[in-house]
Design a protein around this ligand. Structure first.
Ligand code: 4QG
Length: 391
């Protein structure tokens, strides 16, 4: 009741977008949720609009995104915020419009995929330039007590001027009012830090801004290899593996410089208390190599963006973000696993695969499952109406 009343009052005060902005095309075919290209009817300015649904989207995510854009978007490496609007719509439901800077160069994920498609790699100085700019944006967030929590190539966008911008603060945490959300596990599985994943299963763990350092390390691997480590696994299995595996590396470390390998290994320190902060990383040799070359690299980046745009986009793999509260293991991911009624028939047969299947059976109240000839019975801790006391 109360949130609805509150929202109606607040949102009603925002102007209607239709007087100013007109949608011209869809951006990224759903990669970023509902994001469109818009045109300012009054002055011809182009922008992007992210459309939020105040009824169906998560309240805290709308609030986080709006607050962060409002207070922190005045930085060269954060997407610029142009305004918030409220569009009344009786048929499809009222919507919030966040009008943002248009990043016409696409994401750095698209850029690296374009390189690999042509049988080329991105040069290390170019990777260092992109990572330097992303680090500057993250440092600005961290200095202002904000953790991004969903750092990945798809959330690092490029402008046609060779600018590098962080986007998507829907799951970011700010020390003001919502800091308690550090007790929740959010992010996109392949990029998530081990301590963030652990937060979902153990009640006594927490994390700090250095989870963004880990995700940036995974993004560094993505810029080299085109994909994050474990990308061929089901996201649920990746969540099991990340805390158990040694820190990941580039697919072929010998193809890259000692500095790049060292930068990645520093980012991917499993114990976050020993992991560097983004300010520490700005002093790393791999990043400082660009000093004095930034204007040249920015120009180079602009050229590559132009080339890739002419070649046309690549098909986009959507990696879904997850959001779970402590002790509430993500059901939607589990239900995406293939069902088996005999564990011996699993395509991959290891401890993780078996425990994932058992968890899934348990979650749908299926208490019996075979392993070959052996029947396993899970204790459902409740009556499932399978048996009665009658003879
Ligand atoms: C945004 C423009 C790709 C996305 C969020 C702003 C998510 C773009 C964009 O996306 N500009 C992306 C063009 C944005 C392309 C802003 C392209 C905020 N040409 O592929 Cl959360």
């Amino acid at each position: 009741m109360f949130p609805l009343i509150g929202k109606t009052i607040i949102f009603d005060n925002f102007p209607d977008p239709s007087d100013t902005w007109e949608i011209t095309e869809t951006i990224g075919k759903g990669t970023y949720g509902k994001v469109f290209k818009v045109l300012n009817k009054k002055n011809g300015q182009k922008a992007a609009v992210k459309i939020l649904d105040p009824i169906h989207d998560i309240d805290e995510e709308i609030e986080a995104e709006y607050n962060i854009l409002k207070s922190l978007s005045d930085h060269p490496n954060v997407v610029r915020f142009y305004g918030i609007y409220f569009k009344k719509d009786k048929v499809n439901g009222d919507k919030l419009w966040l009008v943002l800077e248009l990043c016409n160069g696409g994401s750095v994920t698209d850029l690296v995929k374009g390189f690999l498609k042509r049988g080329e790699r991105m040069s290390e100085p170019l990777i260092a330039y992109i990572l330097h700019e992303a680090l500057m944006g993250l440092q600005h967030l961290h200095n202002n007590k904000t953790i991004h929590r969903d750092v990945k190539g798809n959330n690092i966008l490029l402008t046609t001027e060779g600018g590098v911008k962080l986007v998507d603060f829907g799951v970011s945490a700010q020390l003001t009012s919502t800091w308690h959300r550090r007790n929740t596990s959010v992010g996109t599985p392949f990029w998530m830090a081990p301590e963030v994943i652990a937060c979902e299963q153990q009640l006594d763990t927490t994390y700090d801004a250095r989870c963004d350092t880990w995700s940036l390390g995974i993004t560094a691997i993505e810029l080299g290899d085109g994909d994050p480590p474990l990308a061929d696994l089901h996201p649920m299995r990746a969540l099991f593996k990340i805390p158990r595996n040694p820190p990941p590396q580039l697919r072929q470390p010998e193809l890259w410089s000692a500095e790049f390998n060292d930068f990645i290994s520093k980012c991917l320190t499993k114990d976050y208390e020993k992991r560097p902060t983004v300010s520490d990383l700005l002093q790393h040799k791999f990043i400082t190599q660009i000093e004095g070359k930034d204007v040249m690299l920015q120009k180079q980046l602009m050229e590559f963006i132009g080339i890739h745009q002419c070649m046309g986009g690549t098909e986009k793999a959507r990696h879904e973000r997850i959001h779970t509260k402590k002790g509430n293991f993500n059901r939607s991911l589990i239900s995406n696993l293939k069902d088996v009624d005999d564990l011996a028939t699993l395509e991959v047969l290891d401890e993780n695969a078996v425990s994932e299947q058992l968890e899934k059976c348990y979650s749908r109240d299926q208490i019996y499952i075979y392993v070959g000839d052996i029947l396993i019975a899970l204790n459902p801790f409740q009556s499932l109406g399978l048996y009665s006391t009658k003879k």
